[in-house]
Design a binder for this molecule. Structure first.
Ligand code: ADP
Length: 697
């Protein structure tokens, strides 16, 4: 934000007591006593004073103790705080719902809805802030984006890094950049104070203190200050309110999580009195939606005297309004059943939970270094995650936790979740560093430095994508452009390729990538009969070029639908919700491409029309060429035995049954997703010519 806007922040900090703000103010007054009861409230002075003394505060406290909502408000009135406060979150759900909550608590409108708003949020594809925003909840990725524009984060007086125990790659990078800004890079702040708060439910305080301490010990460049020890770092612990929670294990491992979940949920529902909602942790959206359907079918046949069930799913791709529903109390004589991914583990506190069902797995990004591919895999959780999950049952009264695995398996789990940086593809992390002026990436401060080999591998991918200069590994123009897009290097490369004037297909490529960045558009009906019906209804959309062009044709057909888009989608077993997300992402990508000069300033978002038929072969060819430029590592050629093998790594992959190319034999394929279930599958597949791939090598 421009400087002059920051000046006016200070004048607008008093809530208006009449006019349209009166309602907001009433709400603020109602919430105040609730806030005062949060365990963190009694630590307010300690927190404020720590930060007057030191630069860094490591704050640990139970989930629900009030860290994410209260700490930024505590800091707002501190004398050193004349800029903004950033609060980073690993998930967009949390960033948005926290901003909404804190805006209410402060009696201010949310985000971009009013120029007077003092609380906003910024998540990928959705920036909702005003010139007067003082507290900004943002995803970790967005803070890293801001570092491109404002490398010393001069707009901010404080950065609060929340949920650090999740240890995403982005949070590790943020810690490195912040350490540099507080120590060796201090001069870049031009004397403006910067305070850093690191918060978490379970935090390895000692490790963090040591990490920052090491930074302070490096002699400050460009500053006369001498190296000093931990007088810069303080720690505070906030105790939680926790009632005892009993744990029940299965006697034997199960291979049918759905059935076991159903059994546990219905037994609990019949046996346990109200109030007392059930929270069940599941690995992903697909299983959540599947279980939700089955619960609803069974619940519809319950005897009239049994209380009702209200199922509420909770996962990252769910739209805001649906997420917000979990905070509302259950209607009378009704039990809420919340089906969640690990979002509800620490990110979002759901009130009313007395029973937790823990299936013991979580979906995590894993990098197969042998395959050179990244995949989301359902993996066993760590013990600390299991303990967090259990804790959700004991927030308001004694509770019960049902672990859908035997105790003998629990003791074998890892104690803590392995940081993502040790198990993911590092190319995005390295591109982020390079674009922010860190050339010597091997020496960037990281809490858990990955093996050098993994770093080198990622550098190689970036070189292959053409993002770095061959001689010295510095970032080049293509790399800079890629880094400005909030996408993985692969997807960003696709956009940069499509932005070349001779390609002339950027808008179509945006539509395809928008589909790839949301959940599945094509729903998968449960029964064979329905599957056939769905297939028939979608027939017009299927394109022989493959899944990417099929997605594009779906977007085009959807956007040209003028009467009832929801009905159109439902008739075809297409997720209307996913399509709405696609529309949103495509709008944002479109705006970003305009901003970067990839699209002309007056390019308007194609509403769509007869262009459905205009998808000629030349066009689809260009689109697939662009995809191949980015997904070069995800190409595979047909072998005489009928299998496909990746061109890099020579691994066998099969075309996923959900693909329109399933069962077809084409010379070569390019795929956008790699899934590993019973075997290695390519999902999101297009046919491509070998000659074309050769041309890129
Ligand atoms: P922590 O960061 O320590 O986990 P939070 O500050 O997120 O705690 O939450 C404190 C309390 O505020 C929670 O117990 C919850 O009841 C309430 N709260 C947080 N977010 C929302 C929301 N979006 N809607 C309603 N209540 C919320």
């Amino acid at each position: 934000q421009p400087k002059k806007n920051r000046q006016s922040n200070l004048n607008s900090s008093l809530p208006n007591l009449s006019g349209p703000n009166a309602k907001l103010n009433v709400r603020r007054q109602t919430l105040l006593p609730i806030r005062k009861q949060l365990p963190i409230w009694s630590h307010q002075q300690e927190i404020r004073q720590s930060l007057r003394r030191t630069d860094v505060l490591v704050l640990s406290g139970e989930t629900g103790s009030g860290k994410s909502t209260q700490v930024p408000q505590f800091l707002l009135t501190e004398q050193w705080c004349n800029g903004r406060i950033a609060v980073t979150q690993p998930r967009r759900v949390a960033a948005i719902s926290l901003a909404r909550r804190v805006a209410e608590e402060m009696g201010t409108p949310l985000g971009s809805s009013s120029p007077a708003s003092r609380v906003g949020y910024s998540v990928r594809f959705d920036n909702s802030t005003s010139a007067n925003t003082r507290i900004k909840y943002l995803t970790e990725g967005m803070l890293l984006q801001e570092l491109l524009r404002d490398p010393a984060l001069k707009e901010y007086s404080a950065v609060i890094v929340d949920e650090i125990h999740e240890r995403s790659v982005n949070v590790d990078l943020i810690l490195g950049f912040l350490r540099n800004l507080l120590t060796t890079g201090r001069h870049a702040r031009e004397g403006k104070p910067l305070k850093v708060v690191i918060m978490s439910a379970t935090v390895d305080t000692e490790k963090l203190v040591k990490f920052f301490d090491e930074g302070y010990k490096i002699p400050h460049l460009g500053s006369s200050e001498s190296p000093v020890q931990s007088k810069f770092i303080s720690t505070v612990y906030v105790e939680g309110r926790q009632y005892p929670v009993s744990i029940n294990y299965l006697p034997e491992p199960t291979n049918n999580i759905i059935e076991m979940s159903l059994k546990t949920i219905f037994q609990t529902h019949y046996k346990e009195p109200l109030p007392g909602d059930i929270l069940i942790f599941l690995p992903g959206q697909e299983i959540i939606e599947n279980l939700e359907r089955q619960i609803n079918e069974l619940a519809a046949n319950m005897e009239a005297e049994v209380p009702k069930m209200l199922t509420l799913p909770l996962f990252a791709a769910l739209p805001q309004a649906a997420q917000q529903r979990i905070f509302q109390p259950a209607p009378p004589r009704t039990r809420k059943i919340i089906l969640s991914t690990n979002i509800a583990e620490t990110s979002v506190t759901v009130p009313g939970i007395r029973h937790v069902v823990d299936c013991g797995t979580v979906k995590m990004k894993y990098f197969h270094s042998k395959l050179g591919l990244e995949a989301l895999l359902a993996k066993p959780i760590s013990q600390s995650a299991a303990i967090q999950r259990k804790g959700r049952a004991g927030r308001e009264a004694p509770g019960k936790c049902y672990r859908l695995y035997p105790e003998s398996e629990y003791v074998k789990l890892d104690r803590n979740t392995r940081p993502e940086i040790l198990r993911c593809d590092l190319s995005q992390a390295i591109l982020i560093m390079k674009a922010r002026g860190v050339n010597d990436v091997l020496n960037f401060p990281l809490l858990d430095p990955p093996p050098q080999k993994a770093m080198e591998k990622a550098l190689l991918l970036l070189l292959q994508l053409g993002a770095l200069n061959g001689e010295d590994g510095s970032i080049n123009e293509i790399g800079q452009k890629m880094a400005k897009l909030p996408l993985t290097p692969t997807l960003a490369r696709v956009i940069v390729e499509a932005a070349k004037p001779e390609m002339d297909c950027l808008e179509d490529v945006i539509d395809v990538l928008a589909c790839l960045s949301v959940e599945n558009i094509f729903l998968n009906p449960a029964t064979e009969e329905k599957r056939e019906a769905a297939e028939a209804a979608r027939k017009d959309l299927f394109r022989r070029e493959g899944d990417h062009i099929t997605l594009l044709s779906a977007v085009r057909a959807y956007t040209s639908e003028r009467t009832d888009r929801r009905e159109w989608a439902e008739q075809r077993w297409i997720s209307h919700r996913a399509m709405q997300n696609v529309m949103n992402v495509r709008k944002q990508l479109h705006a970003q491409c305009k901003q970067l000069g990839f699209l002309s300033k007056d390019a308007s978002l194609r509403a769509d029309s007869a262009s459905f038929t205009a998808l000629d072969e030349r066009k689809t060819d260009m689109i697939i060429q662009c995809l191949t430029r980015g997904f070069l590592f995800n190409t595979a050629a047909l072998h005489p035995d009928g299998s496909y093998r990746t061109l890099f790594g020579k691994q066998t992959v099969a075309i996923h049954p959900s693909s329109v190319l399933f069962g077809r034999k084409v010379e070569a394929i390019v795929f956008s997703e790699f899934v590993f279930t019973t075997k290695a599958y390519a999902r999101g597949v297009s046919a491509v010519s070998l000659a074309h791939i050769d041309g890129l090598l």
